[in-house]
Design a protein around this ligand. Sequence first.
Ligand SMILES: [Zn+2]
Length: 197
Amino acid sequence: MIACEYCDLLHRERELAHGQKAYCSACGGLLYRRVENSLERTLAFAIAALVLFMVANLSTFMLFSLEGRVQENTIFSGVEGLWAGGAQALALLICFTTIVAPLLSLLTMIYTILPLLLGARPPGVAGAMRFIGSIGTWAMLDVFMLAVLVAIVKLGMMARLELQVGAWAFVAMMVAMTAAGSSLDSGAVWARIEELE
Ligand SMILES: [Zn+2]
């Protein structure tokens, strides 16, 4: 039996074909689905997102020019700037939601899926799956990107802000992380573990 996560109605779980989804009969919410090659796709998107994460964090995110002075900013230098400017709570929040949470989420996905594809069961797989679910809600890359765009519009009058490689890698990482999250099918993870036992 499986409970709808939106309205708690219980349903009997049935085998689905690849690519099919099961919806709640009362509220229409998604119950479960079978993603084709779920594990392979999740791993591919997670590794791509991790590479993009490194590019996004190590390269210049944007150029800020004011009265002939040009300043290069990375995501981390932005966090440092907030901290130095007295906004420590905001600095910690941004550091957590745009750097720590996405990184932990990606590393846990790779930690879980890579061994399963290679034929081994990683220790603590149930905890890892729960962790991916809870840390995922803290990875708020879209909120950060929105704040950057608001800053560009607001400061655009007096300063020039130009997005650089880091920003484009960040946007691509958002897409890859979303794809990894939507490819990850916990049913496929458990089915794989049963095969291995
Ligand atoms: Zn429902």
